[in-house]
Design a binder for this molecule. Structure first.
Ligand code: HEM
Ligand SMILES: *[C@@H]1O[C@H](CO)[C@@H](O)[C@H](O)[C@H]1NC(C)=O
Length: 349
């Protein structure tokens, strides 16, 4: 309960802060929120953080422009790639840090784990990489490309444009067994909090970043147990709004079907996700848990009731923290700048 109280106080402070929603309002440097967590990050991830907002200014000035253009092109043809990119970034940063380990495609890699089966956006990242290699060969890491592309996609859907520092290096390793570190849809809040704490993120970050589920879809296979065989007495999870549960059951006869994570405004990056949670219309078990657990419920309520800009702003602050998790920097010799995002330069598999 204590942390919930602290978080609510934090929220009140945040409301009073100016909201920098547009690119031109971005602070030139810094801009990382929640500095109280910095110490934790350092103990968990011993590498010094050397990322810089101006990292590519001289060596590859068109980097972000190329990323933006490519993301725009691809999402125009397939709008579902926008949410896919944001999720892909979370699954990179959530497993051994933002080091592009999720992109490596070889036997036993994260990407080949069953839990990664529904991740998408790899071809788009590969395309951006090959375009960037033309003008800036060997300079831009796949880990940086993924953070930039994901931000671009989020921004294009109405999300915030968070300050994205660069200089990450790419990992040379990726192990399928590490994927269990990234939360699946069935963890309780205590488990989620532990995971986020291991990233150096706090309870506010957990609630805010879960708001990414204001866009995108889930496979019915992911939620079928909630709909058809919940427990011995209830076929359907009784905490789902009955009408919405009917809708989901009709929609989800096949595991390969998909449903929007935000049933009301599925393709807009807004605070509707929290409003839905309060109406018992969370799709994933973990979404529903956020509104049931006394530690997170007050935060859900605050984001549901405050103007959407407050969520957008705080999402940017928490994303700027997430993209710093476990980065490999120049001082660390284990990293490299991959030539192709799906393959390490130095290893043969
Ligand atoms: C808090 C723990 C989280 C859990 C348990 C979780 C779980 C999931 C699950 C199970 C899906 C559906 C996948 C499928 O059925 O194929 C999903 C989708 C998604 N997640 Fe999360 N997630 C979490 C946090 C996050 C975070 C932090 C982000 C990004 C900042 C994120 C972004 C997304 C997006 C955008 C989608 C939709 C993907 C698409 O449409 O292709 N999630 N998540
Ligand atoms: C099934 O779930 C409901 C709601 O969570 C609960 O009240 C009930 O006791 C559960 N039944 C069994 C047999 O576990």
């Amino acid at each position: 309960m204590k942390s919930a109280v602290v978080s609510v106080v934090l929220l009140v402070i945040l409301v009073a802060w100016p909201v920098s929603a547009d690119r031109k309002d971005l602070p030139g440097a810094g801009g990382y929120g929640g500095d109280d967590e910095e110490e934790d990050t350092k103990t968990w991830f011993p590498l010094d953080n050397q990322l810089s907002l101006s990292y590519y200014d001289k060596i590859c000035p068109n980097f972000e422009k190329i990323v933006d253009t490519k993301v725009r092109e691809w999402t125009k043809t397939d709008p579902s790639l926008g949410p896919a990119l944001l999720r892909l970034l979370f699954h990179d940063c959530g497993v051994t840090g933002c080091d592009a380990s999720v992109l490596l495609d070889h036997k036993g890699s994260e990407r080949r784990s069953p839990a990664s089966k529904t991740l998408r956006g790899f071809e788009l990242i590969d395309d951006i990489k090959s375009e960037i290699e033309k003008s800036c060969p060997g300079l831009v890491s796949c880990a940086d490309i993924l953070t930039s592309a994901s931000r671009s996609a989020t921004y294009q859907l109405g999300g915030p444009y968070w300050p994205n520092a660069y200089g990450r290096r790419d990992s040379t390793n990726s192990y399928a067994r590490d994927v269990e570190k990234v939360p699946s849809g069935r963890r309780d809040i205590t488990g989620l909090l532990e995971t986020f704490q291991s990233y150096g993120l706090n309870i506010l970050d957990l609630v805010v970043l879960s708001g990414a589920h204001t866009i995108g879809k889930a496979y019915c296979g992911t939620i079928q147990s909630r709909l058809y065989n919940f427990n011995a007495t209830h076929g359907t999870d009784p905490s789902i709004d009955p009408k919405y549960a009917d809708f989901l059951r009709r929609k989800c006869r096949w595991a390969s079907e998909t449903v929007y994570l935000d049933a009301v405004t599925p393709v807009v990056f807004d605070n509707q996700y929290y409003i839905n949670l309060q109406k018992n219309m969370g799709v994933l078990t973990t979404d529903a848990e956020l509104v049931k657990d006394p530690r997170t419920a007050p935060l859900v309520k605050a984001f549901a009731e405050q103007p959407p800009q407050m969520f957008r702003h705080q999402f940017g602050v928490s994303m700027a923290k997430l993209v710093n998790v476990g980065v490999i920097t120049g001082e660390d010799r284990t990293g490299e700048i991959r030539r192709v995002c799906s393959k390490s330069n130095s290893k043969r598999y």
